[in-house]
Design a protein around this ligand. Structure first.
Ligand SMILES: [Zn+2]
Length: 346
């Protein structure tokens, strides 16, 4: 591996992705482990190697060139094949009149049922059967009136009353004097988990703005992220903001006025601002984002910054795809990414 390649990969960000088992980086690089002679995708579920034994490679071919073998557990060379298989299965499930058996879906992909179930869950967060159930529930919801749905969901969740709590906030990245570096010490974070057409959504906010928006995640994850913050569920002051956030997720492109309270490195923040400039209905490649922030060589670092985005949808990291037009990764699974992009199509 050349020095230039190592710099482009940005080792610290790769290692962070590995420690978080961040699926968004699968296909972006592989993790070589010198002590065992194998290489893995960043999200491999195996126990983490010691940092000093790890070398990062741009892809499997580079790792094999260094004498390493692919991991039998995470099959790092199958990222593209997995992605195709999952998307094909999603299309089949969506188009089917009757539920499809796992064995049937697996056979179409050429995987064993157990392996296919694991691959599917890695991408979507759900088993194929659970995905089909969620799809049916979503279609039933869609059949109901769309207008009342968002508000009803929130009021049923126990929130009520108007609020001017966030009225003074401005629609920008709120990165003033937050205490994020100290694990949120001295900060009160209000949160709620609400049902949306994309599944369960976690929304959390400080009094400056939204600090976390994620899917298939509960308050435990929030506590890990902000270990010293005071976490408070719901509350009237939070209801108005929550309603705006849910509406922004259900109606793409409507959330640009929502205040955010996120903090990253100068480079990450530059990337996030650039993501906010991508209009709904359009996409950019990681290379385009890197060039737009003035670092055309830092394509993988731009990918890492994209993956480090704490507020899905509001900072639209789903609008970044691979240069060849394929979806690339997404922290909450490709099905959600595809759905968000489909909704934004003009
Ligand atoms: Zn592995």
């Amino acid at each position: 591996m050349t020095q230039a390649m190592i710099e482009a990969l940005d080792e610290e960000e790769c290692w962070t992705a590995v420690r978080l088992r961040d699926r968004a980086f699968d296909g972006g690089f592989v993790t070589g482990v010198l002590s065992t002679g194998i290489y893995c995708r960043p999200s491999c579920a195996a126990r983490h190697p010691r940092r000093e034994n790890v070398r990062f490679f741009s892809d499997g071919a580079a790792a094999r060139g260094a004498g390493l073998r692919p991991c039998l557990r995470c099959c790092p060379d199958d990222v593209a094949r997995d992605e195709r298989a999952v998307l094909a299965a999603i299309a089949a499930i969506r188009g089917a009149e009757q539920p499809l058996a796992l064995g049937n879906l697996a056979a179409r992909a050429g995987y064993s049922p157990t392996h296919f179930q694991r691959v599917f869950a890695r991408h979507t967060g759900l088993s194929p059967a659970a995905y089909a159930r969620a799809l049916r529930a979503e279609r039933m919801t869609e059949a109901l009136s769309d207008t009342g749905r968002v508000t009803d969901a929130i009021y049923e969740a126990g929130f009520s009353g108007p609020s001017r709590f966030y009225a003074a906030s401005e629609g920008r990245l709120g990165m003033a004097a937050s205490a994020w570096v100290n694990g949120g010490q001295g900060v009160t974070i209000r949160w709620a988990v609400v049902a949306t057409s994309l599944g369960q959504m976690l929304v959390a906010a400080t009094d400056k703005g939204v600090c976390r928006l994620s899917f298939a995640e509960g308050p435990e994850a929030l506590a890990r992220r902000f270990p010293k913050a005071e976490l408070v569920e719901g509350g009237e002051d939070f209801a108005a903001l929550l309603a705006q956030v849910v509406a922004a997720v259900e109606t793409p492109g409507s959330g640009s006025h929502i205040p955010l309270d996120v903090r990253g490195t100068a480079f990450q923040e530059a990337v996030w601002r650039e993501l906010q400039r991508i209009p709904p209905g359009e996409t950019r490649s990681y290379a385009q984002i890197a060039a737009a922030v003035g670092k055309p060589g830092a394509v993988r670092a731009a990918g890492s910054a994209n993956g480090a985005n704490a507020v899905a949808v509001l900072i639209p990291c789903h609008r970044v795809v691979r240069s060849d037009g394929s979806l690339g990764g997404y922290a909450y699974g490709l099905a959600i990414k595809q759905e968000l992009l489909d909704r934004e199509k003009p």
